[in-house]
Design a binder for this molecule. Structure first.
Ligand SMILES: [Zn+2]
Length: 392
């Protein structure tokens, strides 16, 4: 008997198993805009799930010139006209709108004079789909006009609603060219942690640390030390058992029970945002013994990567580091077995922490490629640090 294996789609983006390689999904909030870069031939699919929601799509060439013709021939329902809805959204005083407007201005794009393709109508039915094809490399701005929070007359039924857009790329982005989420504010540090490595970094009390899973389904182990006490030779590190005991939960989440504590019960970091909601505090960072036991002696591991990264701070090496294992998807079952599965994190998912004292931190991009912890494919982690003056 001959067994053949069918040629199937290859796993290129570990966190995006539900979409074919080269397909990206965007949700554009009603009353907001989203900008995407399209290459020549890329197709944009715009869906109005709830109906009655006009959409404007403006395309700009490298010179910042808008031209609806850059989006190919318009289908029967689409028309071209001034991008008044996009301009009005971006003229608002919301921080996100200002950031997009500034980014477009940096590219020499003048929205006041822009022309957009107008899709859908105030009376179009739910579930309408429109397709546009980029005729050249363009910056594409998709706007969903309307004013959120405005008082609505009962007979109007016109609050802005969310729109879904899919980008179908002719060439899937090469590894490492993935788009990181927009920074939450101006950054003081921007740290790329390459797959299967770890890095140490210092933050001040009040600063914010954003740990981003770049491609999805990648664990990032985190540990931190009180910097002032470290200067005195004391390794006051995070302690997961004390954190769980004080919380009465497996791990902190944004809200009332949001802090991680040190061995001496001092709050070290606070979770401010968490777009994933599944992490691990029961296991150490992965270590040499685990890989040996599984049949992979000498496998690179987060604990030894931590040791190397922390050596300049005279921190004693450990065979297995206590850590918060962000994005590591573990849980306890009814038979008290601690099990793990592929992470829930999608490309660009992140946790945002606030440092509660001056810290020496270390973050890893876990090298495990032998099981589901990283979806069998270790990828990069990206860390950003934002000043304490922000409010998130
Ligand atoms: Zn690891």
């Amino acid at each position: 008997m001959t067994i053949t294996v069918a040629e199937g789609p290859r796993l290129l983006m570990p966190g995006m198993a539900n979409l074919q390689p080269g397909v990206e999904r965007y949700r554009i909030t009603g009353g907001a805009v989203t900008a995407v870069l399209l290459g020549a031939g890329d197709r944009l699919e715009v869906i109005d799930p709830e109906g009655r929601q006009p959409v404007e799509v403006a395309a700009f060439d490298r010179g910042g010139r808008s031209d609806p013709g850059l989006l190919g021939e318009l289908t029967h329902d689409a028309t071209a006209g001034p991008a008044a809805g996009i301009a009005s959204i971006l003229a608002g005083d919301q921080p996100d709108a200002r950031r997009v407007a500034d980014a477009l201005a940096d590219k020499g794009i003048d929205l006041g004079a822009a022309t957009a393709v107008h899709l859908f109508a105030p009376d179009s039915p739910a579930g309408q789909v429109a397709w546009l094809t980029a005729a050249a490399d363009v910056v594409c701005v998709v706007g969903v006009p309307g004013v959120l929070g405005r008082r609505m007359a009962p007979d109007e039924q016109d609050p802005p609603t969310d729109v879904i857009a899919f980008v179908h790329r002719t060439v899937p982005p090469a590894r490492g060219l993935e788009v990181l989420p927009t920074p939450l504010a101006d950054q003081t540090q921007d740290i790329r942690i390459d797959a299967a490595t770890a890095q140490a970094y210092e933050v001040k009390a009040g600063e914010f640390i954003q740990v981003i899973d770049v491609e999805g389904r990648e664990c990032s182990d985190f540990q931190c030390f009180d910097a002032a006490r470290l200067d005195g030779g004391v390794e006051a590190a995070l302690d997961a058992t004390i954190t769980r005991s004080l919380l009465g939960a497996s791990y902190p989440m944004p809200g009332l029970y949001a802090k991680y504590y040190s061995l001496d019960f001092q709050p070290m970091v606070e979770i401010v945002h968490d777009t994933v909601g599944r992490h691990d505090t029961f296991n150490t960072a992965c270590n040499a013994k685990y890989y040996e036991d599984m049949g992979y002696p000498g496998h690179v591991n987060c604990s030894e990567n931590f040791n190397r990264a922390l050596a300049p701070y005279d921190i004693a090496p450990r065979r297995g580091w206590e850590a918060i294992n962000f994005f590591y998807n573990t849980n306890l079952d009814d038979a008290n077995q601690l099990y793990f599965e592929e992470p829930w994190s999608r490309p660009g998912d992140y946790v945002l922490l606030r440092a509660l004292t001056d810290l020496v931190c270390v973050s890893s991009a876990c090298p495990c490629d032998i099981d589901a912890a990283n979806g069998w494919q270790p990828t990069d982690i990206h860390v950003r640090v934002y000043p304490a003056t922000n409010t998130f």
